[in-house]
Design a protein around this ligand. Sequence first.
Ligand SMILES: Nc1ncnc2c1ncn2[C@@H]1O[C@H](COP(=O)(O)OP(=O)(O)OP(=O)(O)O)[C@@H](O)[C@H]1O
Ligand SMILES: [Mg+2]
Length: 323
Amino acid sequence: MSDIRLEGVSKRYGPVAAADDVDLAVAQGEFVTILGPSGSGKTTLLSLIAGLNRPTAGRIFIGGRDVTDAPAQERNIGLVFQSYALFPHMTVLENVLFPLGVRKIGGAVARSQALDALKLVRLEGLEDRRPSQLSGGQQQRVALARAIVFKPDILLLDEPLGALDRKLREELQVELKQLQRTLGVTTILVTHDQEEALSLSDRIMVLDKGRTQQVAAPAEAYLKPANRFVAEFLGIANFVGLEDGRTGLVRPERVRIGAIGTAAKTARVVEAIYLGQMVRYHLALENGAAGAPMVAAVPFVGRAFATGERVAVSWEAADIWPV
Ligand SMILES: Nc1ncnc2c1ncn2[C@@H]1O[C@H](COP(=O)(O)OP(=O)(O)OP(=O)(O)O)[C@@H](O)[C@H]1O
Ligand SMILES: [Mg+2]
């Protein structure tokens, strides 16, 4: 049974369709990520599900119940926003107790529930600090604890890690995934970071201008994008002409590079970018589509081809996806 279901959901602001006829079914315990560029309607969709906003058309179901016209407080949803939105004058513990108070849960029961939530996000011992005395990552953990403390049916996360530096973001991504699995809570995450979407989710939903472009498992969307927009949004896409006149897509990791003579196609290295484990080559093809750009990402094995060098390039027919 699906836990969250959107049927033909639209939200218009004058001439702008922030959500345009969106269908989505999220299963119980599933982790779905909504991915799309700025202004594509990600926050709009979350706010409609949360009940902070009403759709112009369509229906929204949670746990099989039509909640389209139900107020937010009847939906039992935990929310985390990009800006932590903690209460600055309250301690960490008071922040986490807050949603319990709203639900008329107090005393020792509330305290033990709040301490449990803080333990889950690894903030034990920091209960008495104020938000200003915490790092960004710690503040976001408080926001998470506050969102899960009342055992929500659904967790909605809007760019929760957006304000953090890369390393901390990657650490928290792992924690978030583990927490979600431990709680088994149905989760929708919003991000514009494609790596985050691909690494965390059971399925991703790609949005553009309020419209669904694709809903699929990460690997499927990455390797078999529904259209050019998805292909380009989910990473670097090499477009190659196919013999039947159509266009195909090859991902950079599927492009092989070798010494001249080892493959029929050749290219000149325009730029070799060392990325640690990988080298990314920006190439200009020489034969066929002369001058056409191509990007190859290959493991760094001690020697890289240099800028200006000529190389042989090849890829498998099976790695081409028509778009
Ligand atoms: N209250 C509003 N009034 C008018 N237009 C709005 C309103 N809220 C959102 N919009 C418009 O709806 C569209 C979608 O906005 P939304 O905030 O959902 O995008 P987003 O995908 O979350 O973007 P970002 O990644 O920048 O947060 C945008 O064109 C935005 O300008
Ligand atoms: Mg947004």
